[in-house]
Design a protein. Structure first.
Length: 238
């Protein structure tokens, strides 16, 4: 479903962040992008969404990510931001969830049906008419996920979805992510969460893929992780 072909990106001052990167993510896969700060994880997300452009080719369902195709590409991708306050900009959860479907020309009746189905599925009906500034951080993170699901994307991109959450809300978010049927690409330093939600891991260092394989194999490799400025998940530390 998602394909990077010899993709490179560098900033105007000449710093290369992504260096000739190629990988494919199949329909329904759950993939964790891991690496130390500055490895290039967030840039991959920006490239996929067409927020920045570089060399090489990026395809989403065989549609090339380019300025002329951004509308088609973004209809297929939902992006859950690290900071929910940057995503939830309408007064209430309901209004936020309605915003994208209505702007994609979904009828109000069908958009309302989507909203109720998603809230029922996530057990969040109680948040429907709550004001965003009056709900907790964990509730806002769940509402942000619900907002993206109301778009009915084929793939969901998540940037640090469990950051700054207490243990209870972290577990709620992990369980929700695990139950999603869409293709998932998750960037995080929370390697225990990646282990719980992803079948595959792509390890990045200095804009290059260092390892790509089963999550259980890569996340147990102490030498590999430490050699790329990371530590084992807590569950594997002695």
């Amino acid at each position: 479903m998602i394909r990077f072909q010899n993709v490179s990106f560098e900033y105007e001052h000449g710093t290369r962040v992504i260096d000739n990167m190629s990988f494919t993510i199949g329909d329904g896969e759950a993939v964790g992008l891991i690496g130390a700060n500055g490895a290039g994880k967030s840039t991959i997300m920006k490239l996929l969404l067409g927020l920045v452009s570089g060399e090489g080719k990026i395809l989403v369902d065989d549609i090339e990510v380019s300025s002329s195709n951004l509308g088609k590409v973004r209809e297929k991708l939902g992006f859950v931001l690290q900071n929910s306050d940057n995503q939830m900009f309408m007064p209430t959860v309901y209004e936020d969830m309605m915003f994208a479907p209505l702007n994609y020309m979904v009828s109000r009746e069908d958009a309302e049906k989507r909203v109720d189905e998603v809230l029922d599925r996530l057990g969040l009906q109680y948040l429907k008419h709550k004001y965003n500034h009056k709900i907790s951080g964990g509730e806002k993170r769940m509402a942000a996920i619900a907002t993206i699901l109301a778009m009915e994307p084929e793939a969901i991109l998540m940037d640090e979805p469990t950051s700054a959450l207490d243990p209870y809300n972290r577990r709620v978010v992990i369980n929700t992510i695990r139950d999603l049927s869409q293709t998932k690409i998750i960037t995080s330093h929370d390697l225990d969460m990646i282990m719980d939600t992803c079948d595959r891991v792509i390890l990045i260092n200095e804009g290059k893929i260092v390892a790509d394989g089963k999550a259980g194999t890569i996340l147990r490799d102490k030498e590999l992780l430490e050699g790329n400025h990371m530590e084992l998940p807590l569950r594997f530390q002695k």
